[in-house]
Design a protein around this ligand. Structure first.
Ligand code: ADP
Ligand code: ASP
Ligand code: MG
Length: 401
């Protein structure tokens, strides 16, 4: 018998009508003879509202308690969806992350899945029940609830699909597929019929939140048959796969990441070991550093700047204070007003003009580039935050015809 994992995001389960709509999609699939596992997110803006509630009490709450709080959002959704499916006359059971066997590490608010013990899910499927699982959550080895990071329900769905060797993993959302850029921000964005795991992984890591980046990583590793489609319109979505057809498009997508803070260290000693000392201290604290830029040395000093996500900024600054003792005194500057805009596409490897075309588009839109970073299939620039959407549109118009 076929096994299909279907995941529905927050807007797809936002209210009673939407939940009934999801119940119809799920039961249609079930009636066609497939076994169905459903993964759901918290309704609408529930997760954001819960974060706000927490901050009313403490702007810096314990991460363990935060996970305890946020996991309740998904628990509401599974119960309501199971009720809707049951009301339609189908056998169904809802399971929390823990009941569905999600074991994670203890990195609260950003936990990684270590294994999924699917015994319970399989037992319920054997009885031909529709199994509704809470996304985004798991349990660590101390029996505490963890969450997988914002957008993590996609990863719950792909992990289940991989472990259950599902025939298909469908990510239902509020757009009808993956576009060359966020269609809500960029008018010229085009829908893609398919995209490779590598390209999608870069796009997701560069801020395209349509798929959680770890979900793509996992889908690639276990070769999960993955597709993104709309829960509101019945039409084909976008397939994410290992190898895709040759495309005319020079780039596959444009993405923007506003969750970027640039930290600059000014007046560092220009001698071997400086970067090593600082970045090894940052690494020891598990601070994820992204773009690094070093100036040319002059008068025995140099400047280095790097970017981190907003929630790592305070920790990074604390590390730099510590580093001053080990390296020598230097000045630190923090800039929260930047955004990172990236283009992604495996086609750029064999087309030398891609970078200059991107820079030309930004120049014509009168946007100043502050930092550039490149990899095999990606070019990123840092620019002023308020120019992010304008930059995406300018780049999209230059590339997407
Ligand atoms: P869900 O709640 O279903 O998980 P998300 O808000 O996490 O939905 O992801 C869907 C959103 O991702 C879309 O509404 C769209 O605004 C945004 N998005 C960003 N980049 C892209 C892209 N390249 N293609 C499609 N959607 C994108
Ligand atoms: N509810 C969580 C969030 O808003 C997880 C998810 O939607 O995937 O980030
Ligand atoms: Mg999402």
């Amino acid at each position: 018998m076929k096994l299909i994992v279907q995941k529905f995001g927050g807007s797809s389960v936002a209210n009673a009508d939407r939940i009934r709509n999801v119940a119809r999609i799920v039961t249609d699939t079930y009636q066609k003879g497939a076994n169905v596992v459903v993964v759901v997110s918290a309704q609408g803006d529930t997760t954001d509202e819960l974060i706000e509630k927490a901050h009313e009490i403490d702007p810096n709450p314990s991460k363990r308690e935060m996970d305890m709080l946020l996991s309740t959002g998904e628990q509401i959704s599974i119960a309501l969806l199971a009720m809707a499916i049951s009301k339609m006359g189908f056998p169904v059971i809802s399971l929390t992350g823990r009941q569905a066997g999600f074991f994670t590490d203890s990195n609260h608010s950003r936990a990684r899945i270590k294994k999924v013990d699917t015994e319970r899910v399989e037992k319920e499927l054997d009885q031909r029940k529709i199994v509704v699982v809470a996304g985004f959550q798991g349990m660590n080895r101390y029996d505490d609830i963890t969450t997988l990071g914002r957008g993590g329900s996609d990863t719950s769905a792909v992990a289940l699909a991989a472990e259950l060797k599902a025939d298909l993993c469908q990510i239902y959302t509020d757009v009808d597929g993956i576009y060359t850029a966020d269609p809500r921000l960029v008018k010229s964005a085009k829908k893609l019929e398919e995209i490779s795991f590598d390209e999608m992984l870069e796009l997701a890591s560069c801020g395209a939140q349509v798929l959680h980046n770890r979900s793509v990583e996992m889908a690639k590793k276990y070769n999960v048959n993955l597709e993104v489609l709309s829960s509101l319109e019945d039409k084909p979505g976008t397939k994410v796969k290992e190898v895709t057809k040759m495309e005319k498009l020079l780039i596959k997508g444009v993405a923007k990441d506003d969750d970027v803070v640039r930290i600059s260290m000014i007046g560092l000693p220009d001698r071997p070991g400086t970067a090593f000392k600082i970045f090894s201290l940052l690494a020891a604290r598990k601070i994820n550093v992204d773009i690094i830029l070093q100036s040319v040395g002059r008068d025995g000093t140099k400047d280095i700047s790097f970017t981190v996500p907003e929630d790592s900024c305070d920790a990074a600054l604390a590390v730099l204070e510590e580093a001053k003792d080990q390296v020598s005194d230097f000045t630190v500057d923090v800039d929260r007003d930047v955004t990172k805009v990236s283009i992604v596409g495996s086609g750029m490897q064999s087309n030398p003009g891609v970078a200059s075309k991107m820079f030309e588009a930004l120049y014509e839109a009168d946007i100043n580039i502050e930092t550039i970073s490149t990899s095999e299939i990606k070019i990123s620039v840092l620019i002023r935050k308020d120019q992010g959407v304008k930059a995406m549109n300018a780049i999209s118009e230059a590339f997407i015809k």
